[in-house]
Every structure is written in C-alpha cells, then in structure tokens.
Design a protein around this ligand. Sequence first.
Ligand code: ZZB
Length: 394
Amino acid sequence: TDMNPYYDAFIRWQMNKLKALGKIKFGERYTIYSEKDGQACMDHDRQSGEGVTPQEYIGIKIEVTEFAPEAKKIVDSSDALDKSKKIYFVAATLRPETMYGQTCCFVSPKIEYGIFDAGDAYYITTERAFKNMSYQKLTPKRGYYKPIVTISGKHFIGSKIHAPLAAYEELRILPMETVIANKGTGVVTCVPSNSPDDYMTTKDLQHKPEYYGIEADWIKHEPIPIINTEKYGDLIAKAVCEENKIKSPKDTNQLAEAKKIAYKEDYYTGTMIYGKYKGEKVEAAKSKVKSDMIAAGQAFVYDEPESLVISRSGDECIVSLEDQWYVDYGEESWKEQAIECLEQMELFAPEVKNAFEGVLEWLKNWAVCRTYGLGTRLPWDEKYLVESLSDSTI
Ligand code: ZZB
C-alpha cells in the first residue's frame, strides 16, 4: 500500500516493467466474481475454492413446441409471459459435435426451474445458471435474474421439443434423477451414443416407463452413430458401459470413470461419421460445430465456476464478463522460459518441483487488480489496486 512508499514504488516499477514487456493486457475476461463485493473474487479473497477458474460450456437452445399439461397450465395462466416469444430449454454441454445424436432432453423431477426473460426469447434454466448468464451479456439487464414463473422439473416431463442439429425431428423432455442442481443449467441434453450417463438412463427409462410415469413411446429413439473410434466402434457409450459391466444409472463412480474414458477416446482418436464435418477428426470438428451453432443463434457460450467458490464475504461466486487488466501467464514462449528456469533450480523435494509444474500448466490469464482493499495503485489506471498475488510476480 502507499502506507509504505518504498515497497509501493517497487511494486509500481514492477508493474510498469511487465506492461512495457507486453505481459499485461486489457480486455473482457470471464472472471470469478462476487456479487456481494461487486468485484472479481481473487484467490486471496476466497473462503473456499482456491485455484478454481471459469469452466466454459455451450448453452444449447432447445425449443419448446408443446408443454406437458401441468407446465402448460402454469404458462398459460401467467400474464407476465409474452405468448408471442419462443421458449427454450437451455442445456449446458461440453460436446457440441455430438448434438446430431440427441434423443431426448433431461430435467430433474426434483429441481425447481425458472422461466426467465432473455430478451427476444425465454430461457428455462435454474436460477443459479441464469444469474451467471446475467453477468455475461446474455440477458437484457446485468444482475437481473428473477424468474417470471418457477416450475418443478416434474411438470415438464413429456413436453415436446425441437433440438438444433438433432437427426430426430421431435424429442421429449424426460426425467433424470442424477442431474446435479448446481452444475450447468440443470438441463442435460441426452446423447446415448456418446455419453455413458445418458446411455444408462435411457436404458433404465425403457425398462421401467410406468415407474417413471412416462410413456414407452417417448423413449423409443435409437442412439445414432456420430463418432467412430478404433477401440470402441461407433457407439462408444454402450461399449464402455458393457466393458465396465455398469448396471444402473446410479453407479456414479463407475459412470464417472466411463465418462472420462469416452471423453478422452472420442476427442483424441475419434472421427466424425455424421453431419457436415463427416470424415474430420473430432478434435478439429468440435470447434467448427460450436461456431456454426453460435452463428446460427442455436447456441451460446456460457461460463460458470468449475466448482464451488465462496468469497470471504460469504456469497457463492459466479462468473462475470469483466473488463480488466490481466497477466498472460499462459502465453507459450513465456511459459517455456519459466519451465526452463525451473529446470535449473535446486529444490528441496521433488514434490515442490511437481507443484510448480502443475501451477505453470494451469495458470493462464490472471487478473491483476481489484477495485478496493489493500494494495498498490496500478500506475497507469489509478482506480485499480494491484491484487496481492500479482505484486509478487517477480
Ligand atoms: C451432451 C453430451 C454428449 C455430454 C456427450 C457428454 C457427452 P462434466 O464432464 O462433468 O463437466 N451435464 C451438464 N450439466 C449437468 C448436470 N447439471 N448434471 C449432470 N450432468 C450434467 O459434465 C459435462 C457434461 O455433463 C455435459 O456434456 C452434459 O452432458 C452433462 F457425448 O452434453 B454433455 C463422455 C461424455 N459425453
């Protein structure tokens, strides 16, 4: 702080030096943010969630063509809903290239969803997800995330939907008990060809439709071969579930393992066998399908903290798009130099070296400043204070 002019001068010198070297940049970044504090929530400002960074998902807009009776009653009786606007379930996915193979879309019968005003349309998501969206320029008003109506997931079951890119024209909303309430949007689109969870849930629904209160006809769509891998063929989810003898959608640990295998195998060895990028490697097709869908208004980028972050003020942090100064630690040539430097260092234990390597690997854009608290003023933009990790970057 400027309470100590000598140290303060040293930090200012250091910041000026880094900026002159082109290491400090300015722009809009997805940033872990505390609504209560009204500013970015850096590592040192967190009660829990140290090292947690934003996770990017693609929000897929799945249009409601006909609500199930219970949901329809609630929607029809709400005067606040403009009936001329479209309503979309927003499913959060990491796999846009598999969207051809959607066979239904899952909600949890135990979760409360909101219908939110997203400008020219309405979105159905959890309030937590829409709150994040409202800080990412995806909604009419920053920080406004009150639902117009709330509806329990169970009332949506059976609704008719139309999903972008899906080979099947008409799909249904169906129940999935393992949907996690505080992850993504709480809406999970079902791709049983490539997602082990979706494959097992689909099988379970097909075996016991009455138990789940659904009609057998709603879950009749077969998985569609989208990606081929040498090791697992055209339907990786089925193959991996069988290989690991997974019996139920509630075998959580086994399914988590199966998911890891499927992600890795598809991404590094998979070839598209369906759609516009047929014949291309998944690694290349993924971002092309993503860009196409965004350009067509069928999807958008959505970020949230990769796991729970609680600020020192006690609120659950979100991800906000913030204008900010940041250090570009991820820049390749700089990273190379740091790794080279580490090689020449003598350390007390190999674990220390491993820890350094780990941090060098995940550190990417690091926000340099905050708006209040203790710190040295940023020399070229004095409304900001240098946060407490950046002042020791030397
Ligand atoms: C379609 C899809 C197709 C998905 C696939 C996966 C796969 P992760 O990996 O743990 O970060 N998902 C999203 N939100 C939830 C939720 N609230 N509860 C449970 N599952 C959720 O999870 C990201 C994936 O988990 C998302 O990507 C979504 O399913 C699901 F072929 O969307 B995915 C190998 C996986 N394949």
